[in-house]
Design a protein around this ligand. Sequence first.
Ligand SMILES: Cc1cc2nc3c(=O)[nH]c(=O)nc-3n(C[C@H](O)[C@H](O)[C@H](O)COP(=O)(O)OP(=O)(O)OC[C@H]3O[C@@H](n4cnc5c(N)ncnc54)[C@H](O)[C@@H]3O)c2cc1C
Length: 467
Amino acid sequence: MSDLIETDYLVVGAGAAGMAFTDALLKHSDATVTIVDRRHAPGGHWIDAYPFVHLHQPSAFYGVDSVPLGDDALDQSGLNAGFYGLAGADELRAYYARVMQQHFLPSGRVRFFPGCDYRGGAAGRHTFTSRLTGATQEVRVRRKLVDTAYLEGRIPATSAPPFEVAEGVRCVPAGEVVRVTDHSGRYVVIGAGKTALDTCVWLLTHGVPAARIQWVKPREGWWLNRRYNQPHTLLPDLYAAAGLQLQVMAQAASVDEVFTRLESSGYLLRVDTTVTPTMMHGAIVSEEELKLLRQIQDVVRLGRVRRIEPGRLVLDEGTQATAPDALYVHCAAKGLSAAPVRPIFEADRVTVQPIYWGFACFQFATLGVAEASLASDEDRNRLCPPVAYWDTPADYLRTYLAVLAHGRARAAHPVLNVWANASRLNPLRDIGRYRDHALVQETRGVIKQHGVAAVSNVMTLLAGQDA
Ligand SMILES: Cc1cc2nc3c(=O)[nH]c(=O)nc-3n(C[C@H](O)[C@H](O)[C@H](O)COP(=O)(O)OP(=O)(O)OC[C@H]3O[C@@H](n4cnc5c(N)ncnc54)[C@H](O)[C@@H]3O)c2cc1C
């Protein structure tokens, strides 16, 4: 490596956040950017994700703003039939490689150092080290460090299971089930999040009978219905769902009622309707996937797994017999980080964190536009305050309040508003095209009627719950 690199921004992480942020800097400033990632290619966790992973939301809303992802067509077959395409891991990896090779690097303003660990730094001097050679590179950063790793999530492929595995027990991370060649026994899927759902769906759609799956679920979760998270011709449904949420939030008498009413309307889903969910991570599933998952009857609800021994599980709340020949599938990585919120924009750094609910890439790009286009960190932090990652149903309501409060402020800001109205990552960008659609017209009235009451009622409900 050379003696010293000089750059305006040093971006740590070439995942969806680092890529969307860099794309915004390139478009909205003349800055130079150096990106480092310990992985060998751009794409972040998608590089190591399980092979059957897909976006849970349509490709139309994902990626970097200036390079479209997917073909904007409705799927004709499979569990997503009738809805817009969801890129899989291969497509995402190819997409991010293309963005880097054909857009970022040819600009002459971006340098990319894959396979390198960022080591730290201060006062504009930072270092990173090559994993392949051990060589350390010094970087002089003229403007800011952009830290996209502060909230880095964990995935089963790259993190050990959070439980002990006794000798002789066969336990694999989610992605390894595709390589199983010699298993005729039972599968024990450990985890309650999206990875576990995807793994169960994959097993069921690949011929494993539901009776051969045991599902260890520490918690039940609420899931968003994919039907209401669609672009283009199905956008009026997304808009109507926004109105529905405001109406329910304005009228519900308790936090629980918000969720049960949203479920009755079809906006929220849960696998087991007899169990009250305590988890809400915001992942999106389809009703078809849910039908499949409900075939699994052998569900273990004894808290988290502590240890797997031959023929039995030791959990927080007891032990559970399993088949002696079971193959255990680890889907229990802690996806979202719980690090405390901190200011996003500071004099020498940007710490990327969520600013509202969902549509991650729109958020990452918004932060890049704010960094490039707004006058001061004070303005940036006022318009883009961070929200803590959500975990429980009440967290969802807290985040929704932030969406309403700060979304309005951003919409009133001339630069951010013009950008949002042009960005393909903005889920509501095209709603004007459907202004004559009956559902859109009706929803306008609903939003007008319930918007203000929703905010005050949710504040009351949360205060009551906290008390
Ligand atoms: C299975 C799964 C499916 C998801 N599906 C969706 C979806 O459909 N839609 C959606 O909006 N969101 C989805 N998400 C949420 C997800 O958080 C975002 O989509 C996004 O991919 C996260 O990108 P990121 O850049 O923040 O993090 P990451 O993808 O984790 O990237 C961070 C990068 O930083 C690098 N890094 C960290 N520390 C260092 C260091 N010290 N030195 C060098 N490099 C470092 C890491 O190697 C990594 O590549 C999903 C998440 C998971 C786990």
